[in-house]
Ligand binder design. Sequence first.
Ligand code: GLA
Length: 723
Amino acid sequence: MYRIRGNYYILETNDTSLILKRKEKSMEYVYYGEKISDYTGMELMEGERDGWGNQTPLSLFTQCGGTDFREPSLLVRFGDGSMATDFELVVARVCARPSGENLPLAYGAEKSLKLEYVDRPSGLKLTLYYTAFEKANTISVIARLHNGGKKEATILRLSSLQYEKWGVEEDFITFDGAWGCERRRHERKVSFTKIENSVFGGSSSHHHNPFVMLKGEDGAIGFNLLWSGSHRETAESDLSGRTRVVVGMGGNGFCYRLGAGEDFTAPEGVMAYGRTEEELRHAFHTFTLEHIVRGKWQKKARPVLFNNWEGTYFSFTREKILSLARKAAEVGAELFVLDDGWFGRRDDDRTSLGDWTDYEEKTGGLASLAEEIRGMGLKFGIWMEPEMVSEDSELYRKHPEYAMKIPKREPTRMRNQLMLNLADPQVQGYVFRAISRVLTMTKASYLKWDYNRYMTDCFDKNTPGGEYEYRYMVGLYSILQKLTERFPNVLFEGCASGGGRYDLGALCYFSQMWTSDDTDAKERLSIQSGTAICYHQSTMGNHVSASPNEQTGNSCSLENRFRVALGGVFGYELDLEKLSSEELEEIKEQISFYKEYRELLQFGEYHEITGEGVGGYLISSADGSMAICTIASQGKEFGRSNVRVKFVGFEEKCSYHVLARGNHGGVKEVGVASSDLLKKGNFPTEILFSSANPREYSNPLYVATFLFLKVCAKYPLDKFVKE
Ligand code: GLA
């Protein structure tokens, strides 16, 4: 909803208000936060200002020139070397929301507030489109520069979104890590020295997710980008008592030559407000689900998958794959994913990327293998890493010029591989055709799109250096756009060594993401929690893998691994042939439990549970009548059993049956409790400690899973209790 009251422009979502004020040549932030019911007195919110830069307004963007010397969001260099601009606001009106040109945009909103500025001496035009996504309580900004002058100008920076507020007592919260330990939460006080959350390397990365949060007394504001490349988010306070956040593309040496008459659009930036983190998470979840993930799979129940990677790695035969598939079908999996190793001469990671042809000696014929798997009642899915090339490949031998390399320089190799130069339309064409061929030949219902290195040797003879990464990403998005249009029924799962490209740009094409290569249940708890703070759980791929865990060597019971993996899109990734018949029976029961509650688990409301010594998630139905909750404690201190927890997400003034899963499956009633008590009472969690036998596992993880059912006729207890 957009309201214009004199010089005030108000964007409203269901629960938030953003107030902007037009003042002379500019537009300023006045307020962003909890929804205002009566806007009387907005003019009283304006402070004094002087000409020394001490009281520059709360600005929507900051340019070079003028008296604001903090982090700029817009930098342009002209042919004479000068950089000052003086953009004046000339248009402020509500209009149709612009459509995307090269980059993915959020969908599902029709209007935007269009703010158009001109820099008269150069003829540059800056347009900011502010869009309110009402139900998601999210505001987005699209920033576009048009060169209406006669001479080329070079864009050195066009950030997606700048936000400022009064107040300096804010925490800046980021989600950082590395391969296998992604999105660990870090909190710092915003200070007078700028804090930067940034990566270069061509992907949103394992190291710093583009989602960041500002949290203070007034609540929490989260920021993110629809962009899968290098990015940069900064936060700084100043002595006049303001805090500024700027978010946008990053990377080294970005500069984009904007010729006369040309346009450049920055990735869409988003921000959402919540009085609490819980509300903010809910806003971003709604935004991801309703405005980012698209196509057939947006709200469609995702299949329980079985993936052979951790079970076989590269060493498999057709017979091995078929017997794994048979077992997967027997336990109730619905989709079999053939991972790395089926193409070219791929027996290890030194060869064949780019040769997307059947490794017949291994597969015994890929098309017939897929058919045979389908014959078992499973869907067939396949792994590819389309942006890469191995030097030991037919593709490289034939087209060395397709690889991303700088002439006369030795390229950096990561996992023994080079990247393809997707800035080149010819290479884009090759990749699109190769993937289409594989999907057509195998009739695959699912594609796992991997990306196992960073970008280092950016070069394309037809692309000016500073534009490379932007043009690469535009190339990548155009391939994804065409593929998802050509194969609308295929479920695309994104993967970048697990979790290395988990961002809103990628989620416009990949309905789900392989969350992390670390499948250890203990480690997964924080990885999943750091992911679910922004991204909806239906995008989060969670697998049960072997114990001891392949990455960490930690042991954990099958049931506890299941309990942790439940909170997202679910599957198994281990050698089923190594399991006992009892374990296979357990898995069968787990899958049937998951299927029974799949709609709830994948599309219900996700809440974080925190307590002293305990954490986890609770996923409740929209009406709050049913919920599944997994809580976990990392360890038991001898003599201290006082792990207590409060629950969230229930309907007011109701009673709930509390049911617990048994240590080898099954569900039994523990008792009945009121929603009020569940929320406020501090429940002891002894039940956790019965879930792991410390004598069986050293340093065990204690996990419990509960089912909450509103006491009502809709939920007859005997239907849910399973011995
Ligand atoms: C990456 C992925 C894994 C697996 C391997 C295959 O590491 O994250 O899940 O697909 O590649 O090489």
